[in-house]
Ligand binder design. Sequence first.
Ligand code: BEZ
Length: 253
Amino acid sequence: MSTWDAGLYKDQHSFVFQYGSDLLSWLQPVEGERILDAGCGTGELVAEIASSGASVKGIDQSASMIRSAKAHYPGLDFETADIANFELNERFDAIFSNATLHWVREKEKAAAQLFKHLKPGGRLVLEMGGKNNVAGITQALEKAMAKYGHQYKPFWYFPSVAEYTTVLENAGFRVNRVHYFDRETTLKDSDNGIIRWLEMFGSHFFVNMAADERTAILEETQRLMEPTHHRNGKWIADYKRLRVSAVKASASL
Ligand code: BEZ
């Protein structure tokens, strides 16, 4: 999404990069390494990786996210680029990607690009939405859209372990570690957490829709989720994470 609201992201959805911090235990960056953060958003994890002494570049398809990253971390290296099509004139010791690859529909192209931009022996550490990620939200949204005469079309790519490890293996990677796990996530806005989440991440579902209809669908989606996803006064998003560590074996070109 190139029109992301970086302010809403940092204010209401900072859990995305806060959880991403935990993924750094799989990356284990080392001083002197050159690392690419593919889908760096507003740059917080680029800064965290850089604090290990590694030299880091962050890329993101969203120009507004990259503008925010450059403004907050003026000493760090950021560029607007699409993971499925980017072309950098260097090869990295490691590539890191948090909460991004489920936006990339051209998954084979993305895997090929990530593979190409690694040095032989380089490692890939990623986390993304896995099978049935945010199913509570998408099922409620589908019902709410149908009520107002709109057809819900799946947009994100939430693969199973088998599907995504196959994509990576076909690109040439050797997959050496995979976790698929639930991460129920408490949303910051206790009144309208689901509505805020959809405003941030689901704007593509509402393109060309009248504002009052969009509001009605958002409210209906949240209402439908109340019995199952509103607990102790808080809204819960039913995240399911797919975490993978893979390597470009030294013999690969
Ligand atoms: C996720 O991180 O799983 C996610 C974020 C936004 C939209 C869809 C999924």
